[in-house]
Design a protein around this ligand. Sequence first.
Ligand code: PMP
Length: 451
Amino acid sequence: DFYEFLHRTEKSREWLKKAVEVMPGGVTANIKSFAPYPIIMKHGHGAYLEDVDGNEYIDYLLAYGALMIGHNHPKMKERIVKQLEEDGTNLFGTPHEREYRLAKRIQSYYPSMEMVRYTNSGTEGTLLAIRLANAYTGKQKIAKFEGHYHGGYDKVLFSINPDPKKAGPIHTPTPIPESKGIDPYYEKNILILPFNDLKGTEAILNEHKDEIAAVIIEPIQGGFIPATPAFIQGLRKITEQLGIILIFDEVKTGFRIGIGGAQSMYGVKPDLTVLGKVIGGGFPIGIVGGKKEIMMESGPKHSSDVFDVSQGKKTTATEVLFHSGTYNGHPTILAVADTVLDILEEEGKEVLKRTERLKKGLEDLFRKRGIPMQALGKGTIFSVVLTEKDVKNYRDLQNSNLSLRKKIDYLLLNEGIYTKPMNRYSLSVAHGDREIERTLDAYQNVLYKKL
Ligand code: PMP
């Protein structure tokens, strides 16, 4: 089967030989690479990807969950073409009306986002949210959870050792930088919390309450390990009591878990929220929003009162929080975002139902084959986790049968099912009953004939 992979992906291999000469590893993000080499894609349409060798795949990677409207949704394409024909790129470097209109529409689903700012990615979004929390509280440290991802920069790129034996005590995880070259200054200002462990989390927060500006969390880790309701409610309570800002990183879960994200599902209001991925419909975006009094930190002082004709009390650079970006709130991308919401309002619920069907179908297949498995997740993302034990955090996940999971993912590539080995499965509005049947058939083939 390894030879089948090599045979099917000859052109990818050839292409990569050239690419490694000009890009380290031949890729533009390390995560895009896998052994022996990544498949080079050429075209995406609906639920499908086509690679440079002409193989077709049902796409469950969906650009790490971003493409909930699938590839090239006709309504999105129509809107963007109309947009370009009527207004061109429309980048003004000034405020524009669409920023306001989209903000209002986002707020109807995320009422906790009383005010918003746009960024160009999820990474920039969490960066701004953390800066806001630092500025608002005047405190320095950030607490995040083991195995949670918030972007690839020095303030947050810490976790625990992936080997559970080296990960430190369960209730007080030992932080390690997740990259070479991280400024050691940030290691002093990060605390790693144990996910779904309220007692452990409370103990750390209590101990460092005077230094912690914010707790940042993926309410559903990686989109598939949910916080228990008791945990997330407890976390909300304790952060409020201790004067710590609670940031929900909903870059992955926003619009995917349901249109109102994880906060709507749990009924918990964070102080700040970061959105991204899905709302961009395939284009880069981030949205930060939250409590008015915190968000106001980022506003120029003179415009907080529109009747202040003096326009600009003297402010020094240190009095305002810096937030900028040439492409923030890009008019074309905000038009796409508006259309994404139209599409999700119309077709989103069906994706939830089909995801449930696929999860149940897969669980049945594994059960019949005698392999312990859970299709773990909420909304329209899940992961195939090979264990019968409860999976409540990163360590439980590391203790599942990762090598078998990896093997299955590789075999599925030969069957035309694409997700980067070991990634999650995300669905889109273009994943219909036919795609689900084909996926279950492919799994049947792998589980019974190839393993
Ligand atoms: N937060 C979470 C939860 C994410 O999943 C991601 C992207 N995988 C990010 C932040 C970073 O977003 P981006 O890749 O748009 O910078």
